[in-house]
Design a binder for this molecule. Sequence first.
Ligand code: ADP
Ligand code: ZN
Length: 531
Amino acid sequence: VTETAQTGGSEALATLHRVFGYEAFRGEQEAVIEHVVAGGDAVVLMPTGGGKSLCYQIPSLVRPGTGVVVSPLIALMQDQVDALRALGVRAGFINSTLDFDERRVVEAEFLAGELDLLYLAPERLRLDATLELLSRGKISVFAIDEAHCVSQWGHDFRPDYLSLSLLGERWPDVPRVALTATATRATHQEITQRLNMPTARHFVASFDRPNIQYRIVPKADPKKQLLSFLKDEHAGDAGIVYCLSRKSVEATAEFLARNGIEAVPYHAGLDGGTRAAHQSRFLREDGLVVVATIAFGMGIDKPDVRFVAHLDLPKSVEGYYQETGRAGRDGLPSTAWMAYGLNDVIQQRKLINSGEGDEAFRRRAASHLDAMLALCETAQCRRGQLLAYFGQDAEPVGCGNCDTCVTPPETWDGTVAAQKVLSTVVRLQRERGQKFGAVQIVDILLGRRTAKVIQFDHDQLSVFGIGEDLGEGEWRGVVRQLLAQGLLAVEGEYGTLVLTEASGSVLRREREVPLRKEPKKPATSRSGSGS
Ligand code: ADP
Ligand code: ZN
């Protein structure tokens, strides 16, 4: 084995130089490639941009036969194959975009042993015809890309991936390599189990991206905050701004353009030509800002993205990590910046409440959101929390390159404030049989006689005006943190506030509620209801 591995090693390095034109392997690449070339199975966890592709491309080139790559990203296959062909690699793909004749050509090439790499969509492998085709050719290695799609608990579950477990039974002598950038310890185990790879060696690259500075700021006037962030720190830099809706993508891109920043929108509602044009400008030009929904970025390989900004809260830590990971692939200092506020929490909870899917699906979505909120509200090192989420240990002293490390947030004893909010919710419900959203609760606490307060006689409640010691921004911060901590919940699609099981312990004074201090003046001018 040692000898094979050694030969494999030098051949692999020669291939890296000759075909790809790179000097040296990165991180775990060499170990993975050596192991797979020698015929071993591998599970590879590497962050986005870590260089997963070479981990199967080089074994496919070094071992006799065709490397079969299973990938769910049909839209990228053509590009991947074109890029490989440009390097002189004999690559092809089969998916639903090919017509009958085109497919026959690729099949014939495969059978004639004229392909180094064949990309397939996972649903293909459920077809007997595909399995039969594969049995008639020679396969060097199976690569299962985006392997986390096999996890039923993950956010990208694809039922077709479950059938991939049969590859090992049908081709016991062909090594398999499963790759993903998205894996907590639990997902990791699930991949191994569901793909039936008990003897696979595991290669886990660090998820740390030390050159990315993580910052999450309280949302006040998000567009203006973004503008000053860009002008102060990233003038002339290329970057991506993520928004949740197409409408806010359009509005934000226009706003930036009006304020002297080269920015273009990107979302699924734009026609294909515009999208392609904006994407290629982003890749080609030096300092373009793309304002986009999360549809943008998958498979985009631009090394000098200097910042990724979020104007809306991602649904999960996995999503946040993947999106922010598009910054700084060249290793130079970059910023992951996000504005986050009470409305983000309420909006995401409402989406889960009114969304599709069964109870289990909703519970899963809620727990993903909880982890994301915990990251937003933490008073500890953000990088440490991110790495811990991916099952990795971090510096106990903090990274020194995130906002909470640079300016440790102050905390305060928010127990009494929490009791005031929760009592208001209780009073409304018990005494009036009513439920209201955050705006009304805060107006009651502040003793404001707004039209809606008068309309419902809420100035007659005993809790009316009991919160005059704090300002509006601070109260919104308290409500936001109670929601994030699960001491308060959002109900239905209107976002009314209700108690949780844990609320009782606060009302009974059985527990304390430490809260992060809200900055007195959020980054730009305060416009209370903006958050
Ligand atoms: P992933 O699939 O893990 O997101 P890729 O395989 O697309 O990452 O690689 C990311 C980028 O790094 C690509 O531009 C790739 O060509 C480059 N790359 C990968 N390995 C090396 C290497 N050993 N030396 C130089 N560049 C590399
Ligand atoms: Zn830190």
